[in-house]
Design a protein around this ligand. Structure first.
Ligand code: COA
Length: 185
């Protein structure tokens, strides 16, 4: 197999990638390493996703992983659905996917990245810091949390990264306050 770091490319996801994205996320979700993502949600958010490929010596591209950047408000976007294929772990694919999400955030002028994760050391290597999820969540992250089926008993860690050189958007409207559904305190 070729060296992932030197023969790696990251590109926007296409419709035909969805089964591999679904399968790769499902693989790690079954191991308790991330949350499962239904296939309709992957299709609906397809333009958020990027795909990593290792280009083999014969020129063929092999699926190596995926990640999505989901804009939540003018000052924050979430890195989600990050999953590297089991046979190319620890070869720089995860970092390349996060860097592609960062580049996308810069392109649209979003100054802050956020993620929920069990892979804290990996995100720290990518320049993220752990934040206090009881205190420091952006209202839009909090709104999404309240809709999450895993809200009660959530044991993921919140991490965030300020993108240097990307200014906070001017005249940013206040985000709507999160509505706490009945039964949640
Ligand atoms: C977490 C994950 C995305 C990392 O991807 P990867 O391709 O294996 O990571 P990389 O090779 O790009 O690693 C980048 C750096 O993070 C470090 N790192 C990666 N995983 C790590 C871990 N579990 N513990 C400590 N350091 C880790 C690497 O050593 C590397 O450090 P270096 O730059 O000093 O060499 C991948 O292991 C994965 O798909 N895990 C299962 C699903 C998951 O946890 N997704 C995240 C949900 S938000």
């Amino acid at each position: 197999m070729s060296d992932a770091a030197t023969n790696l490319r990251v590109r926007p996801a296409r419709a035909e990638d969805v089964p591999r994205i679904f399968e790769t996320i499902g693989h790690w979700a079954a191991e308790g390493r991330m949350l499962v993502r239904p296939m309709p949600s992957i299709f609906e958010n397809l333009r958020d996703f990027v795909v990593a490929e290792v280009v083999e010596e014969d020129g063929r591209a092999r699926f190596a992983g995926n990640a999505a950047l989901h804009v939540l408000w003018g000052d924050i976007a979430e890195v989600r659905g990050l999953a590297v294929a089991p046979d190319v772990q620890a070869r720089g694919v995860g970092r390349a996917l996060v860097e592609a999400c960062e580049a996308d955030a810069r392109r649209v002028g979003i100054p802050r990245l956020f993620a929920w994760t069990y892979a804290v050391p990996f995100f720290e290597k990518c320049g993220f810091d752990v934040i206090d999820k009881t205190r420091d969540l952006h209202p839009r992250v909090w709104s999404e949390c309240l809709r999450c089926p895993f809200f009660v008993g959530c044991n993921e860690t919140a991490v965030a990264k300020r993108l240097e050189g990307v200014p906070m958007p001017e005249d940013l409207p206040e985000p709507p306050q999160a509505q706490v559904p009945p039964g949640i305190r």
